[in-house]
Design a protein around this ligand. Structure first.
Ligand SMILES: C[S@@+](CC[C@H](N)C(=O)[O-])C[C@H]1O[C@@H](n2cnc3c(N)ncnc32)[C@H](O)[C@@H]1O
Length: 231
């Protein structure tokens, strides 16, 4: 676990030391998430785990990477460099905890789920937006080997790193980790590919290729997990 955390810190310190993340913030995909989901649910005490460069206003934003926090600090809020496995906050202290696309970098998701459970106030809510292993290969464009190769090359050339390790889970595995919460999981189809990755210049080429083999244009899915701590 220690190696995993150091590895993530190293990768994202490099990733957030260049301008790629600025493009990333302007993506239509992220604006949909912000407007449709985040803005309506903001509560007085909110924690954002693995914020990257997407800090949430007036919230406590946590990331293992210091450079991620530097990139997002123009947004009014608090910033804490910490590890999701060991969050330095008091029990029952948050109304809302959000995590966007961080859980797939976590190998032992149950430990993080326990942290989230500990930190939420009774009646508090947890929202995760995640990538996942789809039920059918039909949606699994990240499982396609030519895409994996492209991604590997991108990491090497842009941030001089070997491929970022992902611990993708199925919907059921994600749900199981949060089973002591009241839980609801839905998959949402939005405009996703290539806009989520539009700083990768190859994303548009890949999108065209995917259409040729039957994927819908610019469409993809992500998973929303919603868990509520019982009163
Ligand atoms: C794919 S990025 C997502 C960032 C942002 N939430 C977004 O949606 O663009 C994953 C983030 O999780 C952070 N991260 C990975 N492992 C972590 C851990 N164990 N504790 C805290 N943050 C972690 C990384 O530093 C990175 O900023």
């Amino acid at each position: 676990m220690k190696e995993e955390i150091l590895n993530q810190r190293n990768i994202y310190d490099k990733a957030y030391s260049n301008d790629l993340c600025r493009d990333y913030l302007n993506q239509p995909f992220f604006k949909i998430i912000q407007k449709r989901y985040i803005d309506p649910m903001i509560k007085p005490k909110c924690l954002n785990i693995g914020c990257g460069c997407k800090a949430i206003k007036d919230s406590i934003n946590v990331d293992i990477s210091f450079n991620a926090l530097l990139q997002s600090r123009h947004i009014n809020g608090k910033y804490v460099q910490a590890d999701a496995y060991n969050l330095p906050f008091k029990n029952n202290s948050f109304d809302l905890i959000i995590s966007m696309f961080c859980l797939h970098h976590i190998s032992k998701i149950e430990i993080v789920a326990n942290q989230i459970f500990r930190l939420l106030k009774k009646g508090g809510t947890f929202f995760a937006f995640e990538e996942f292993i789809p039920e059918s290969r039909w949606f699994d464009f990240w499982g396609l080997s030519f895409l994996k190769k492209k991604q590997k090359k991108f990491y090497k050339e842009k941030i001089n790193l070997s491929h970022n390790r992902h611990y993708l889970k199925t919907i059921e595995e994600n749900k199981k980790a949060f089973n002591k919460f009241v839980l609801n999981a839905e998959t949402v189809v939005v405009e996703y590919m290539p806009t989520r990755f539009y700083s990768y210049e190859w994303a548009f080429i890949v999108s065209d290729l995917l259409q040729k083999i039957g994927f819908k244009k610019n469409r993809g899915r992500f998973l929303i997990l919603k868990a509520k701590k019982r009163l």
